[in-house]
Ligand binder design. Structure first.
Ligand SMILES: O=C(O)c1ccccc1N[C@@H]1O[C@H](COP(=O)(O)O)[C@@H](O)[C@H]1O
Length: 217
């Protein structure tokens, strides 16, 4: 399991910054329309260069066979399904031996425990790890929008899951508050650790990791 994932790394210096900061996992984006997309062959070199960090590949509506092929090429620890994938896709990938993260895109309005449970539980039941992200519309993810952390915190207080991941609009300034209010034990960030879209900022990565760990210390 990982606690801090830095998503959208595209260069060796991004990986070094994540390692130096003390993150646990890097995210490699395989959704071609994203500014954070990178070719699987380039991703494989980044993963090979960092035996200490876990790796997660972000996919949006790719066929099962393509996800499997990329996971094998890149040697991914996790595949993160961030589109409209069906439960059957999740089951097929788990049956193929892959560790699946289901990114659940929730509305940015007030959230109730019943709303979250209805979306999350079917995926948890098939063995997927859950990531809560904000619904960024046609962008699917990486939109920088945040969720109702207090509503998530009320859900988390009574939820049967404890290894879920909070994402959506996190950055070095708000991550501490987000963890306290949502009760998250793991976080994921893409745009909040960039100086420009798709361009990682080592100082923001370091501050993000420090500020998250300070809350959990
Ligand atoms: O980062 C992207 O461009 C992206 C594109 C399509 C699907 C997911 C994507 N990233 C994931 O989005 C969330 C939140 O990102 P942000 O911190 O709000 O920018 C995160 O889980 C990324 O892995």
């Amino acid at each position: 399991m990982f606690r801090i994932k830095i998503c959208g790394v595209r260069a060796a210096e991004d990986v070094r910054a994540a390692e130096a900061a003390g993150a646990d996992c890097i995210g490699l984006n395989f959704y071609p329309p994203s500014v954070r997309y990178l070719q699987p062959e380039a991703a494989a070199l980044l993963v090979e260069a960092t035996p200490t960090l876990k790796s997660a590949g972000v996919f949006v509506n790719e066929p099962v066979d393509r996800v499997r092929e990329i996971a094998e090429t890149v040697k991914l620890d996790w595949v993160q399904l961030h589109g409209d994938e069906t439960l059957q896709t999740g089951r097929d990938l788990i049956a193929a031996g892959l560790s699946v993260i289901r990114a659940v895109r929730l509305p940015t309005t007030e959230l109730t425990a019943a709303t979250i449970d209805a979306i999350v539980l079917p995926w948890a039941e098939i063995g997927a790890r859950i990531l809560l992200d904000a619904d960024g519309g046609p962008q699917f993810g990486g939109s920088g929008q945040r969720l109702d952390w207090d509503g998530i915190g009320r859900w988390a207080a009574q939820a049967s899951l404890n290894d879920w991941i909070l994402a959506g609009g996190l950055n070095p300034v708000n991550v501490g508050d987000a963890i306290v209010r949502s009760r998250a034990a793991a976080v994921d960030v893409a745009s909040g650790t960039e100086s420009a879209p798709g361009q990682k900022d080592p100082a923001k990565i370091a501050a993000f990791v420090d500020n998250a760990k300070a809350v959990w210390a």
